[in-house]
Design a protein around this ligand. Structure first.
Ligand code: PNW
Length: 489
C-alpha cells in the first residue's frame, strides 16, 4: 500500500508541478462595472442624455451590432441581482460608476431620484459587508456639456467640480474609495482624437485629445483638493485616479531601455507624471518633443497645453492611490530603427504592436494575453512613482456571448493573479483587485458582441438573469483560500 501511494505521488510530481501564489489576508478582491454599460433606464426618472446615448442612437450608429445601452443589464432595476452575484462569490469590494446624467439636470439642479438609486445600491452593499469603490466619471458625459465642447472646453473643470462635490456630499459618509476618472487616455484619444468613441470627434495630430488630457488633469486636481478641504476631515476617505496601461517590451536586442521608458512616459506618464512625481507636469521628454514638433508644424503654440506653476503644484500629490486597469502589453520599436517608416501622427515615434505568434488573443482585437506585463508594469510604477498605493481596478478577458465554460478567461485570470502575487512579493504596494467585469455588459462600440462578465447575461431575457460562468468558481476558491494554484507544466 505504502509503495503504491509513493509511486502515485511520484507520478504526479513528475507529470505536473503545481505552484501556489498567495495574497495577504487583508488583500481586497472584487469586481467592477460602469454605469452606462450595465444600468439601462437611459431616460427614466429624470435622467438626461449622455454622449453615449447620442452615439448609440445615431443612425447609422458606430456600434458594430447596432445596439445601445438603453436597457443593458437593467441594473437600475436589478441591482439586487448584482449584489447577490457579488455575495455568492464572497467578494469584499464592488467598483461601479455613478451617472452624472442621473444626478444633475441640465441647469445643475439635483435630481433626487438619481441620488436615491445610488443610495439604495450603496446601503445594500454596506449591509452585505461589500465596500463600495466609486468611479465618478466613466465616460458618460452629459450631452449638453458636449455641445459646449465637452472635455476640450476649459469650463468643464468647473462643471466637473459641481458633480464631484454632489457625489462626495451625497455618498461620502459611506463611500471611502473614490476614483475621479476612468481611463482618461482612452476617452480622450478615442473621443477627441480618433473619433472611435463618443463623442466621435476627430482632430488629427493629437490636438483635441491633448486638450482633453489637460482639462481632465485640472478637473482631477480640483476635485481632489476640494475633497481634502471640505470632506476629508469628516469623511476620511481616499481619492485616486484610474489609468490604463500595458507594459512595453523591447522587440529585439537593438531596442533599448530608453525606448521602453519613453513609451511608458508618453502613455501612462501623460497622466501620472503630474500627479505621482516630484518634478510634476507632463514628462519632460514628452513636453519637449511636442513643443518642438508643434513649432516645426508651423503652429503658434504647442499642441500640448501648458500648466501654470500653481496648477503644477496643485496636481502634485493629488491622489491617495493609483488605480490601474491592466489588460495587455505591447512590443516596441523606435522609428529610427525602422528605415522608411513615416512617423506622421505619432508624437513618441515608437511603434507599439502585438505579436500573435507569441501571444494568445481574446475576442477583442486589442486584447492579448501578456500576464508578465502586469508584474513588470507594477514594478515600473514602484520604481518611478515612489511605490504608491495601487489598486488593480480592471483586468479581464473577452469571449463570445454565452460562453459559460470560459476556460480561456480562467487561464488568463489565473496567470494574471500569479503575476500580481509576484508583484506583491517584489514589494509593490498593491492592495486591491477588481475583475472586469461582474456581469456581461454593453462593450461600447462592440455592443454585445464581446463579453467580459464572469456572470453571463442573455440580453433577450427580460429578467436579465445573472448566470455564473466557470470563472465564478475560480473567484470563490480565491476568496476561501487567498491563493491560486497553477500547473506550471
Ligand atoms: C476599459 N485598449 O476600456 C473600460 O474601462 C471598460 O469600460 C471596458 O468595458 C473594458 O476596458 C473592456 O474594453 C478599454 O484598447 C478599452 O487597450 C480599450 C483598451 C483598454 C481598455
Amino acid at each position: 500500500m505504502k509503495t503504491l501511494i509513493f509511486i502515485t505521488i511520484l507520478i504526479v510530481t513528475v507529470s505536473s508541478e503545481i505552484k501556489r501564489y498567495s495574497f495577504p489576508d487583508d488583500f481586497l478582491f472584487g469586481a467592477a462595472t460602469a454605469s452606462y454599460q450595465i444600468e439601462g433606464a437611459w431616460n427614466v426618472d429624470g435622467k438626461i442624455p449622455s454622449i453615449w446615448d447620442t452615439a448609440s442612437h445615431r443612425n447609422p450608429s458606430s456600434v458594430v451590432d447596432g445596439t445601445t445601452g438603453d436597457d443593458a443589464g437593467m441594473s437600475y432595476y436589478y441591482y439586487e441581482k448584482d449584489i447577490q452575484a457579488l455575495k455568492d462569490i464572497g467578494f469584499k469590494v464592488y467598483r461601479f460608476s455613478i451617472a452624472w446624467t442621473r444626478m444633475l439636470t441640465k441647469t445643475n439642479q439635483v435630481n433626487q431620484k438619481g441620488i436615491d438609486y445610488y443610495n439604495k445600491l450603496i446601503d445594500r452593499l454596506k449591509e452585505e459587508g461589500i465596500e463600495p469603490m466609486v468611479t465618478i466619471y466613466h465616460w458618460d458625459l452629459p450631452q449638453y456639456l458636449q455641445d459646449l465642447g465637452g472635455w476640450t472646453n476649459p469650463r468643464i473643470v468647473k462643471y466637473f467640480e459641481i458633480f464631484a462635490d454632489l457625489a462626495f456630499k451625497s455618498f461620502g459618509d459611506r463611500v471611502k474609495e473614490w476614483i475621479t476618472f476612468n481611463e482618461p487616455s482612452v476617452f480622450c484619444d478615442e473621443g477627441y482624437g480618433w473619433a472611435s468613441h463618443a463623442p466621435e470627434i476627430r482632430t488629427d495630430k493629437n490636438i483635441g485629445n491633448y486638450l482633453c488630457t489637460h482639462h481632465v488633469l485640472l478637473a482631477h486636481a480640483s476635485a481632489y483638493r476640494m475633497y481634502k478641504e471640505k470632506y476629508f476631515p469628516s469623511q476620511q476617505g481616499k481619492v485616486g485616479i484610474c489609468l490604463n496601461s500595458g507594459f512595453n517590451y523591447p522587440y529585439n536586442s537593438t531596442v533599448t531601455q530608453e525606448t521602453v521608458d519613453k513609451a511608458v512616459n508618453f502613455y501612462l506618464g501623460r497622466f501620472a507624471n503630474a500627479i505621482f512625481t516630484e518634478e510634476g507636469d507632463y514628462p519632460k521628454i514628452m513636453r519637449d518633443a511636442i513643443n518642438e514638433k508643434s513649432k516645426n508644424e508651423g503652429r503658434r503654440w504647442s499642441r500640448l497645453p501648458h500648466f501654470t506653476t500653481a496648477q503644477i503644484e496643485s496636481l502634485k500629490g493629488s491622489a491617495d492611490f493609483l488605480a490601474i486597469n491592466y489588460y495587455s502589453s505591447n512590443f516596441v520599436v523606435p522609428f529610427d530603427l525602422l528605415p522608411g517608416w513615416d512617423p506622421a501622427g505619432s508624437d513618441n515615434e515608437i511603434w507599439g504592436f502585438h505579436d500573435p505568434t507569441i501571444w494568445k488573443r481574446a475576442k477583442s482585437v486589442w486584447l492579448y494575453q501578456v500576464p508578465d506585463g502586469l508584474r513588470d508594469l507594477l514594478i515600473w510604477i514602484k520604481d518611478h512613482y515612489n511605490n504608491p498605493l495601487v489598486y488593480i481596478t480592471e483586468n479581464g478577458w473577452s469571449d463570445e456571448p454565452m460562453t459559460i465554460d470560459d476556460y480561456d478567461r480562467i487561464e488568463y485570470l489565473n496567470l494574471h493573479l500569479k503575476a500580481l502575487s509576484q508583484a506583491i512579493d517584489a514589494s509593490c504596494n498593491v492592495k486591491a483587485y477588481t475583475v472586469w467585469s461582474l456581469i456581461d455588459n454593453f462593450e461600447w462600440m462592440r455592443g454585445y458582441t464581446e463579453r467580459f462578465g464572469i456572470y453571463a447575461i442573455n440580453f433577450t431575457d427580460p429578467e436579465r438573469q445573472r448566470i455564473p460562468k466557470k470563472s465564478v468558481a475560480l473567484f470563490k476558491d480565491l476568496m476561501q483560500n487567498m491563493y491560486v494554484e497553477i500547473d506550471e507544466n
